[in-house]
Design a protein around this ligand. Structure first.
Ligand SMILES: O=C(O)CCC(=O)C(=O)O
Length: 275
C-alpha cells in the first residue's frame, strides 16, 4: 500500500504546475525512501536490467549510466514506485482520478561526466497521447546550478511537438510529419525563460510531458549525481501507435492505438492503491 504522503498539494501549486509545466516540492521524499533508493541504485549498477544504456565512451571521464523499467527487476525501486508518495503527488498535481506507472528510470552521472541530455520534450519519445503525463525527478545527491535539470517555463503550452533526437547514442533524429525540429535553445538562452532549482535529497521536481528541458553534466570532482525518475500516466492518456515507432515503452505492451493504459499489466495502477 502506498503510504499516505501527508503532502499538501494546494491549489496554488496545481496552478503553477498547469501554468509553468514544472514545480519543485521541497522535502517530500522521506529519508528512509532516499536510503532505500540509494540501495536500489547500487543494486542496479551491479545488476542492471535488460534495457540499460551506458553513454560514456572508452577514455571519457566519469560514467553516464541510464536504466529503464527498473521496477521489473529491482525490489527497492518497485517498493518505492508503488508504495512511495510520488503517484499520489502526480494524481493531485494532474487532477487525475488514477495513476498508472509508465516506467521508472535511473540516471547516474558520476563526478566528471559529460553527458548533457540536450533540450527535448519527453512525450514525443513515448507511445502516449493525452495531457496527463508527468515525470518526477528525484535527486539522491545535492544538486547545484551546474548539475540540475532546466526547463523552458510554460513551453508545454506551445502546442508544438519536437522530433526526438538520440543525441547520447548516435544522433539519430526521428523525423515524422507530426514533429518539428527543436529550436537551438542553448545558443539563444537569453530568448527563453529558463527555470531550474538547486536541490537536496528529499526534494522532488515534477514536470509535464511536453515541457522542454535539459539535464546538465556532472562537472564536480566528488559529488555523484544519482537521479530516479518516474513517468506517470493520468486518466486521459491512451496508447499511441506512432511512425516511426516510439522509443518508450521499451517493452511491447501489445496494445492498440487509442487504448487506455488502465488495466494493462505492463503499466500497473499506482494510485489509488485499492484500484
Ligand atoms: O537528468 C538528466 O540528465 C535528464 C533528465 C530528463 O531529461 C528526464 O528525466 O526527462
Amino acid at each position: 500500500m502506498p503510504e499516505t504522503s501527508n503532502i499538501e498539494i494546494g491549489d496554488e501549486l496545481i496552478e503553477s504546475y498547469d501554468r509553468d509545466g514544472a514545480v519543485c516540492l521541497r522535502g517530500v521524499i522521506a529519508p528512509h525512501w532516499i536510503e532505500l533508493l540509494r540501495q536500489g541504485v547500487e543494486r542496479d549498477l551491479d545488476e542492471p536490467g535488460p534495457h540499460v544504456e551506458i553513454y560514456t565512451k572508452d577514455g571519457d571521464p566519469g560514467l553516464f549510466f541510464n536504466d529503464f523499467h527498473l521496477w521489473l527487476h529491482n525490489p527497492e525501486m518497485k517498493a518505492f514506485a508503488f508504495e512511495g508518495p510520488c503517484a499520489e503527488i502526480a494524481a493531485k498535481l494532474m487532477r487525475s482520478k488514477y495513476i498508472n506507472l509508465f516506467y521508472d528510470q535511473l540516471f547516474v552521472k558520476e563526478p566528471g561526466t559529460e553527458g548533457l541530455t540536450h533540450w527535448h520534450q519527453d512525450q514525443p519519445y513515448t507511445a502516449i497521447d493525452g495531457s496527463k503525463l508527468c515525470s518526477n525527478w528525484i535527486p539522491l545527491d545535492p544538486i547545484t546550478e551546474e548539475t540540475t535539470v532546466e526547463f523552458v517555463r510554460s513551453s508545454h503550452r506551445w502546442g508544438r511537438w519536437f522530433a526526438p533526437v538520440d543525441s547520447l547514442k548516435n544522433g539519430t533524429r526521428y523525423e515524422s510529419e507530426a514533429f518539428e525540429r527543436c529550436p537551438d535553445i542553448e545558443r539563444h538562452r537569453e530568448d527563453y525563460e529558463i527555470v531550474s532549482w538547486e536541490l537536496e535529497p528529499g526534494d522532488c521536481v515534477v514536470f509535464q510531458g511536453l515541457i522542454v528541458h535539459q539535464g546538465r553534466n556532472n562537472p564536480t570532482e566528488a559529488t555523484r549525481r544519482r537521479i530516479v525518475a518516474h513517468r506517470w500516466l493520468g486518466d486521459d492518456t491512451t496508447y499511441a501507435v506512432r511512425e516511426p515507432a516510439s522509443e518508450f515503452p521499451k517493452i511491447d505492451p501489445q496494445m492498440r492505438h487509442g487504448q487506455p493504459f488502465k488495466g494493462s499489466p505492463h503499466f500497473p495502477l499506482a494510485w489509488p492503491a485499492s484500484g
